[in-house]
Design a protein around this ligand. Structure first.
Ligand code: DON
Length: 304
């Protein structure tokens, strides 16, 4: 399969539309990103990297970090996680508080904000250096020591993240946060504010396409079963309340973030990351989703 050629075809086809969609406005530091960026990188289990466009430009990974936070929490506590968090799509916006009231403080899944706060709480209780745990995990998975939190974005989220703060207190009121909500929020915001490139992210999630095995470290990041679980959760819960349509169009487990990045994995074949900052109404990268749909269409490769 000539993946490089396919990526170039996708780039050329989407180029007239670069800048489409709406850059996230609710985090002031993200609102100033140039909407015309577009990058895509794909890595195969043998380590071959193919890329186009701005694949080496750093962007705010935002909720893509939830994949790595969940993988870490699975490593730390295994199945005990699921006493505190569900595994069903929410059908609601990622920052909705409504369901949490009905469901007694048990978030629907680990990829909505409420679920990610519970996952962060687990990391805070169990990791040796919780403040840096997600960042260190990403450094290990990529072999790049120079990954960092964008402090201005983290600060901006702290200042304006009132809904997340409300959610953390709400979770605490149901007894589903063990640590101080302010500590959980700080670590959550810092994980969202990590900056990476498409090339780095495609490398970081290659273990999901490789039965949980990292080619960078030679280690088993997750067991093959856990890797299956994580992919299944991405497929069913990874792209907010557009997840059904996304699975229909793209046919790959994927996780998006409001910075405009989306990672996806095709077990046995490749991991991929696309970045285009303009979002659709649900908060997924508009051209990113289109690019992944073209990738599975032109390659004829998807989990289905
Ligand atoms: O919680 C927030 O608002 C952001 N830090 C992350 C948002 C995002 O990418 C979508 N969340 N599921």
């Amino acid at each position: 399969m000539n993946y490089q050629k396919i990526l170039e075809r996708i780039y050329n086809e989407l180029e007239p539309e670069f800048g489409a969609g709406q850059v996230a406005q609710y985090i002031p530091e993200l609102a100033s990103v140039d909407p015309k960026h577009f990058g895509m990188a794909l890595m195969t289990p043998s380590g071959d990297l193919h890329s186009v466009g701005d694949a080496d430009v750093k962007f705010s990974i935002q909720s893509v970090s939830k994949v790595f936070a969940l993988a870490l929490a699975m490593r730390l506590v295994g199945d005990d996680l699921w006493t505190r968090c569900g595994r069903e799509p929410s059908g609601n916006p990622f920052n909705s508080l409504v369901q949490l009231e009905h469901e007694q403080g048990i978030p629907r899944n680990p990829f909505i904000n409420a679920g990610a706060l519970v996952i962060t709480d687990v990391i805070l209780s169990e990791a040796r250096t919780p403040r840096e745990a997600v960042l260190d995990f990403l450094r290990m998975l990529t072999g790049h020591e120079d990954l960092h939190v964008n402090e201005a974005v983290a600060h901006s989220e702290m200042e304006t993240g009132h809904r997340n703060a409300a959610m953390a207190h709400f979770l605490k009121s149901f007894g589903n946060l063990k640590n101080a909500s302010s500590d959980v929020l700080e670590i959550y915001f810092r994980s969202c504010s990590i900056e990476m490139t498409c090339a780095e992210l495609s490398a970081a999630c290659l273990f999901l396409a490789n039965q949980g095995h990292s080619i960078q470290t030679g280690d088993q990041v997750l067991s093959a079963s856990q890797s299956k679980y994580l992919n299944s959760l991405m497929l069913t819960c990874g792209t907010y309340d557009a997840v059904g349509d996304f699975a229909y169009r793209v046919g790959l487990p994927a996780k998006s973030g409001v910075g405009g990045g989306i990672v996806a994995a095709m077990p046995g074949k490749f991991s991929v990351c696309v970045w285009s900052p303009g979002l659709d109404a649900q908060g997924n990268s508009l051209l990113g989703g289109n690019a992944l749909e073209l990738l599975t269409t032109y390659s004829g490769v998807s989990v289905f």
